[in-house]
Design a protein around this ligand. Structure first.
Ligand SMILES: [Zn+2]
Length: 321
């Protein structure tokens, strides 16, 4: 493995920075992570620690780092490469993450929306390998998407394309951090699945999760709801089914708009697997044009939590070739 050409992928989420050294085949050679919070200096410190650690490991093994990609949960201006908005981690607007990485590595650095990075990862070496028109959707703290159009990442006029989580699904719904009301994210993101579950649990005391509805009674998380659903808890199954229905409505709209080969669903909430995937597929069949729904495979992510770091490294590899 000596003298192998290496790319660095950095994936910043609302709570964690993850970074990896990835070889030209898209395989992870080293990976590390740091917890962060919503403060510019804390974000930068977490990024620096991850990058320095991996830079030192690469130099020990005499692996030259050719380029690096940084995925961030925000709107990245395609021309200036600045983060213009980041509802789930506002500190990113002030923290110049890509400059910090470039200073440490002295190689070309590309900053891009995190869902775009993960979409590229799934397209190059994950579930959507070999497909040309792909929509990747990440359901986690927020809901993001990346669009691969005719084999290329589609960025739109300003670089902001793919804000799938902020499509309106309920005109009278709750206010969203983006300024709109009734966005998909206000219903189906991880924190909002928990909110809906908590609200229902006050009324329905028959679930194995009921004790968690009260503040201070343990943590209610999307993962916990998925685990209870897997053991047959009707309430948890119902919450996942409703969530799938909402996501399915938005997916059907996008399928009608773009006629993709594949929709890949990733992000932390997809640990629920088929319990969430099946209601999404059922709703798409109900709403999208039959020919387009039949052509479009809807699957869960193959790279899982590593899609972001692998995609970031691979997009840097292909951008600075
Ligand atoms: Zn919104």
């Amino acid at each position: 493995m000596d003298d192998e050409t290496i790319y660095m992928g950095v994936d910043v989420s609302a709570t964690t920075v993850k970074a990896a050294l990835v070889n030209a085949e898209g395989e992870i050679c080293e990976i590390t992570q740091e917890a962060i919070g919503d403060d510019p200096s804390v974000v930068l410190e977490g990024v620096r620690r991850c990058v320095e650690r991996l830079r030192d490991r690469a130099s020990e093994r005499r692996w030259p780092i050719r380029s690096a990609g940084v995925g961030v949960p925000g709107l990245v201006n395609a021309r200036t490469r600045r983060v213009e908005a980041a509802p789930n981690l506002p500190a990113l607007v002030k923290a110049n993450v890509s400059e910090a990485v470039a200073e440490l590595l002295r190689c070309p650095v590309l900053v891009e929306n995190d869902a775009n990075m993960a979409a590229y990862g799934e397209f190059v070496c994950g579930a959507a390998r070999g497909r040309s028109n792909v929509i990747y959707i990440a359901v986690g703290t927020g809901i993001g998407a990346g669009v691969i159009c005719e084999g290329k990442l589609y960025r739109g006029s300003l670089g902001f394309a793919g804000e799938f989580g902020h499509t309106t699904v309920d005109p009278e719904g709750l206010p969203c951090a983006c300024g709109n009301r009734g966005c998909l994210e206000t219903i189906a993101s991880g924190p909002n699945i928990v909110r809906r579950a908590r609200e229902r649990l006050f009324r329905d005391r028959s679930s194995s999760l009921s004790s968690l509805a009260l503040p201070g009674k343990g943590e209610l998380t999307p993962e916990r709801i998925a685990t209870e659903a897997l053991t047959g808890d009707d309430f948890s199954l119902m919450i996942l089914e409703q969530t799938g229905k909402w996501i399915g409505i938005a997916v059907a709209n996008v399928i009608n708009l773009l006629n993709p080969d594949m929709v890949v669903l990733g992000g932390g909430v997809m640990v629920a697997g088929e319990l969430l995937l099946n209601p999404i597929i059922a709703e798409v069949k109900r709403r999208a044009f039959a020919a387009m729904a039949a052509h479009c495979e809807i699957v869960t992510s193959l790279l899982g939590g590593q899609a972001g770091v692998i995609g970031s490294a691979m997009l840097a590899r292909d951008t600075f070739r």
